[in-house]
Design a protein around this ligand. Structure first.
Ligand code: AGP
Length: 613
């Protein structure tokens, strides 16, 4: 996730302070950095791909950019690969406006086209450069006199979620900030004003900060900060005193990055979804395939590892169910050595959060050698899988710090649903009515995830009962089997409790012999047409002494006759239920691991990206 930092004061040089603030936000993950400092009506910019140390060396600790007013940025690439051209700050043509931004401008392409008609040119691939030049356009329209008005006009035009800091060469000692849905915090102390994406960067200067209201605009000078609402009326904001220490603040006040990322899922699912839902239609421009090409695909392969493989398992049910295309799912470590038979006119999808998993990358290269079209579903922009696949669909979950994936996994599911719908619509398998229902269901997922997160106390209490468990089983049928696999892996990798996931109908073929008195069996039951089947499987394990936890849809009353403990999830379109069932399973594993004193964010023996075989 990107990091914004800004300083405007009377005595101290901005460069070193901005570097220091950006360093406090390095944990957020980034792939390029930059800053712009203003002095004597001139804005000087330095930016580069790579670590913050590159910028520090380039600017000799910030000293080559003189001035007491400046903005800085660490960029997590979304639009455009990591490069100096794409790094922030972005400026207008004559370097009199500079901007840094977090978030995603969803309608940047039409805005860019309109600006080009007005004579603007563009150097980068980013949505931020469009934002900068749109501000310039309105600032020029106001004869360079009305900065807040120019920013507000832009806010009325852009769609998406963002936080921005802007400086204007003809407005010395002033920084302007604005936000919509992305956090931005400002503060004033000791004759200077500060802004940052994250309170960690401000704690050194002040603990009395302002969490900018959504859609608010600020004007910051060394003497103070003014706030305006979306309509330009003055806002009377009260400061918040931050009690956190810096380390806690990095995690946004959460105890672990994993919990923070679990709670980021409503936002990251929304950010992965909304740019691809246009007026009720699924639009996946980055797929690079028109309807004819979509119709020509005879088979889909999904190849991945770990949790990404479990997304592939879900993908089989969802894509076959919605688009009626045969799907073969493979572990990348197996695929690459089994001399696979790959049909012509097929599409091979690689799912990978890091985009650097060695086995997945090898599978990609094998597919390309065989002439099969490849698509990456990737979270890290510009990663190897993203660069080498024929096309890439980013998940936009932001950097995932915890080794155990949660928000990236959820965004990968969203990508799969959108792909299934896009194929199904192109192939005439999805009616307009069904599409409308599915789109509505997708749009409801972020709020439904939020509702499930509110039940964290209940889940924590239940989880604490199983701190000393030796074996926990997860069972499900259809998509619920895929989510059981993910629930089991989450538990194993962070709590070190042995667990197995089973297709519920398979348990009786051997593994049921492991069920003893009190063994916990989590049965996932979201597929209405399989309710009865899973209930009989629950009865089978109960009769052997199991304690049955059921995760099922609100309204499934039959299951109450069998389950010992029920966690209800909101009803959604049958193919999207994995996105909801996974939430209690993530929280269940997290709380057990915490109760067992495990290193939740960095579990033993594991790496965030397995770049070796
Ligand atoms: C998931 O919690 C694990 N960290 C692991 O299974 C992971 O999903 C797997 O290593 C694949 O990683 P990738 O998505 O970066 O390719």
């Amino acid at each position: 996730m990107c990091g914004i930092a800004g300083y405007v004061g009377k005595t101290q040089q901005a460069g070193p302070l901005i570097l220091d603030s950006l360093a406090k936000m390095e944990y957020r993950g980034y792939d390029s950095t930059g800053m712009a400092v203003m002095e004597g009506g001139e804005i000087r910019v330095a930016k580069a791909p790579g670590r913050l140390s590159v910028l520090e060396n380039m600017t000799r600790g910030g000293s080559t950019l003189p001035g007491t007013c400046g903005i800085g940025h660490t960029r997590w690439a979304t639009h455009g690969v990591p490069s100096a051209v794409n790094a922030h700050p972005h400026t207008n043509a004559d370097n009199t406006v500079a901007i840094v931004m977090n978030g995603i401008i969803e309608n940047y392409i039409p805005l860019k086209e309109q600006l080009i008609k007005h004579g603007y040119t563009f150097e980068s691939e980013t949505d931020t450069e469009v934002l900068c030049k749109l501000i310039d356009y309105y600032y020029e329209m106001g004869e360079r006199k009305h900065a807040v008005r120019a920013i507000r006009k832009v806010m009325h035009r852009v769609e998406g979620s963002y936080a921005m800091a802007v400086i204007f060469a003809n407005r010395p000692d002033t920084i302007y900030c604005a936000r919509k849905d992305c956090p931005l915090i400002v503060g004033n102390a000791n004759g200077a004003s500060y802004c940052a994406s994250d309170v960690t960067a401000l704690l050194k200067y002040t603990r009395d900060v302002y969490y900018l209201d959504n859609q608010a605009v600020t004007r910051m000078t060394p003497d103070g900060i003014e706030f305006f609402n979306y309509d330009g009326e003055p806002l009377d904001m009260k400061p918040t005193t931050v009690e956190w220490d810096a380390q806690a603040a990095e995690k946004g006040g959460y105890e672990h990055f994993m919990l923070k990322e679990i709670y980021e899922q409503p936002q990251t699912v929304r950010e992965t979804l909304s740019p691809r839902l246009k007026d009720g239609n699924v639009v996946i421009e980055e797929l690079g395939m028109d309807d004819d090409e979509l119709r020509s695909v005879k088979k889909i392969y999904i190849v991945a590892c770990g949790s990404a493989y479990h997304v592939g398992m879900t993908g089989k049910y969802v894509i076959e169910g919605i688009a009626r295309i045969p799907v073969e799912v493979d572990l990348a470590s197996e695929f690459r050595y089994r001399d696979p038979i790959l049909e012509e006119d097929s599409l091979l999808i690689l799912v990978s959060q890091s985009g650097e998993t060695a086995d997945t990358l090898a599978a990609l290269r094998l597919a390309k050698e065989r002439g099969v079209r490849t698509l990456g579903i990737v979270n890290v922009v510009g990663s190897s899988v993203a660069r080498e696949a024929d096309n890439v669909m980013y998940t936009w979950a932001g950097p995932e710090i915890a080794v155990a994936t949660t928000k990236a996994y959820s965004c990968q599911l969203i990508a799969i649903y959108l792909l299934a719908m896009r194929f199904g619509i192109a192939r005439g398998k999805v009616s307009a009515q069904q599409q409308a229902e599915m789109v509505q269901a997708l749009k409801s997922l972020p709020d439904q995830i939020g509702i499930l997160l509110e039940a964290h106390d209940t889940i924590q209490r239940f989880a604490n009962r199983y701190v000393a468990a030796k074996d926990i089983f997860f069972i499900g049928r259809g998509e619920d089997y895929a989510i059981s696999m993910e629930g089991s892996l989450k538990l194993k990798e962070i709590s070190y409790i042995h667990s197995e996931a089973y297709a519920a109908g398979e348990l009786k073929h051997g593994t049921i012999s492991l069920i003893e008195e009190g063994t916990l069996v989590a049965a996932v039951s979201t597929q209405v047409d399989l309710y009865e089947k899973i209930i009989s499987n629950m009865e089978q394990v109960k009769s052997r002494g199991a304690f049955v936890l059921a995760i099922t849809n609100v309204g499934n009353t039959e299951i109450e006759k069998v389950a010992d403990y029920i966690i209800h999830i909101p009803v959604t379109y049958k193919y999207f239920a994995n996105s909801l069932a996974i939430i209690p399973l993530q929280l269940f594993s997290y709380y057990i691991a915490v109760a067992r004193g495990c290193d939740v964010d960095k579990p033993r023996n594991l790496a965030k990206s397995v770049t070796v075989e």
